[in-house]
Design a protein around this ligand. Structure first.
Ligand code: NDP
Length: 446
């Protein structure tokens, strides 16, 4: 890949890149099938991603007609890489084996290793014979919705496709590598004012938050809405509060430290709750929730913004769902996409039905939603949340810091990019949007 990197750095055009030979192996981060039982019997919190994530050489897979090879300049760590690396809630090799049964091309994915990573920025090197809209040399970001567009169920909302998968989580050949294999309908133009690592951290979390709050399949936030956002300085939460501010709503951000609260204030979020400082205990023991704590929480929100939330942006799951359902306004909406603290959620149905609330399930985003969210980044209306950068060889330590909730925003990973700060195509636009806005999380993280 060295020759390819040198050509990209020298500004080689598409024809020149297309003429370069592709290596038959490349560097990638992966988990091994033989390690599936590595953490058997351990508590989730004690499972260390650095023990199961390896970086080494893997064979270059064959290219299908509807796919592209991307030289990955940078990628990011998502929580799904934590799930893969601790083999929870299911072993990743079950996903790959099931996928392999679908077609000859899909069979490439069932290997003794799983290359992880669901974000990337980079340069297209080759496209398959059926690809029309992209060509070698295109500078791109990659979203992670992998669907077969010959499946009729993919054509209303592709997130409803029977064979919808998350690339680099439920498929192989992900973005935490020097080369990635993607379907052409995962490609989006790289925002021209961002560095490779700033461009790499957005697609998964930003698109998820867009669908949850803005898109027609989510909570459809309106101007003036009060939106309670859990984990508001984290990956999806940090984009969510920006959507609320942009859309004329009032975010109430929940975080767990004064530093994170300060970061939110700098981002423009006035109402912030430090859940640790307030010592909220929604569960009095492993099986009982404490309604008086829900009431204390609701009262604090009213004290801050004068009313109950129209929308609750939910993802911690078991620890918070009872409080989220309780806190939502009469007729309000709880939108959820995850369950970091446990997926067997419980809430008091009386508060739910008597106050006519709604619960919406959301999962990543379709191509149109991801494209719209990427466009907002390109316009400088939504800022990247890059707070730290690691080289690919340290991917295990980076995933561990997310697992331990030691980070803010998003962690970027340099793959082919030799250092931070490269890849900006439009410096004038960057200056217009404002270095201070673009790098807010990075300054906090450094
Ligand atoms: P992050 O780790 O960046 O942020 C999550 C935040 O949630 C943490 O920073 C923490 O904030 C908060 N949190 C964690 N545990 C609790 C708890 N017990 N109670 C209250 N708050 C808690 O992760 P992401 O934002 O990237 O992802 C969040 C979840 O969403 C993950 O489970 C991920 O897998 C899932 N996800 C799902 C997607 C989908 O398409 N379905 C897409 C993207 C993510 P603090 O400590 O400051 O309160």
């Amino acid at each position: 890949m060295r020759e390819i990197l040198e050509a990209i750095e020298a500004g080689a055009g598409g024809e020149e890149l297309a003429a370069l030979a592709l290596p038959d192996h490349y560097r990638a981060a992966f988990v091994r099938r033989e390690d599936t039982e590595l953490f058997a019997g351990m508590a989730s919190a004690d499972k260390d991603p650095a023990k199961s994530l390896h970086v080494g050489d893997v064979a270059t897979p064959e290219l299908a007609p509807d796919e592209a090879y991307v030289a990955v300049m940078a990628s990011s760590i998502n929580f799904n890489t934590v799930w893969t690396s601790i083999f929870e809630p299911l072993s990743t090799f079950g996903f790959l084996d099931r996928y392999a049964r679908e077609s000859t091309w899909a069979a490439r994915h069932a290997l003794p290793y799983h290359i992880v990573g669901s974000d990337a920025s980079g340069v297209v090197l080759r496209v398959g014979s059926a690809v029309r809209n992209w060509r070698p040399g295109d500078r791109v970001t990659v979203h992670c919705n992998s669907v077969d567009d010959q499946d009729p169920s993919a054509h209303d909302d592709s997130m409803l496709a029977a064979n919808q998968r998350i690339w680099g989580f439920e498929t192989n050949f992900g973005g935490l590598a020097d080369l990635a294999l993607v379907k052409a309908n995962q490609l989006m133009p790289k925002p021209t004012h961002l560095t490779w690592e700033e461009a790499a951290v957005n697609a998964l979390c930003n698109s998820t938050s867009y669908r949850m709050l803005v898109g027609s399949h989510g909570a459809r936030m309106k101007q003036g809405d009060v939106v309670l956002v859990w984990g508001a300085s984290g990956g999806i939460g940090g984009y969510a509060v920006q959507y609320v501010l942009n859309g004329g709503g009032t975010p109430v951000g929940v975080v767990s430290s004064p530093e994170k609260a300060e970061l939110l204030h700098e981002l423009g979020v006035e109402a912030v709750i430090d859940r640790k400082a307030e010592d909220y205990r929604f569960w009095s023991d492993a099986t009982t929730q404490d309604e008086s704590e829900w009431r204390r929480f609701g009262k604090q929100i009213r004290g801050l913004v004068g009313e109950d939330p129209d929308i609750v942006f939910e993802h911690p799951g078991r620890q918070t769902m009872g409080a989220s359902i309780f806190a939502a306004k009469r007729g309000g909406t709880v939108v959820t996409c995850a369950a970091t603290s446990g997926y067997m959620v419980e809430f008091d149905n009386r508060h739910f039905w008597m106050k006519l609330k709604r619960l919406i399930a959301s999962h990543f985003a379709n191509y149109a939603e991801a494209y719209a969210a990427n466009r907002l980044i390109d316009q400088g209306r939504i800022q990247p949340l890059l707070s730290a950068v690691h080289p690919l060889k340290d991917v295990g330590a980076a995933a561990r810091s997310i697992h331990r909730n030691e980070h803010e925003g998003k962690i970027g990973v340099l793959c082919l990019a030799p250092r931070e700060g490269l890849g900006v195509d439009d410096q004038e636009k960057r200056a217009r949007i404002g270095e201070g806005k673009i790098t807010l999380f990075r300054r906090h993280g450094s």
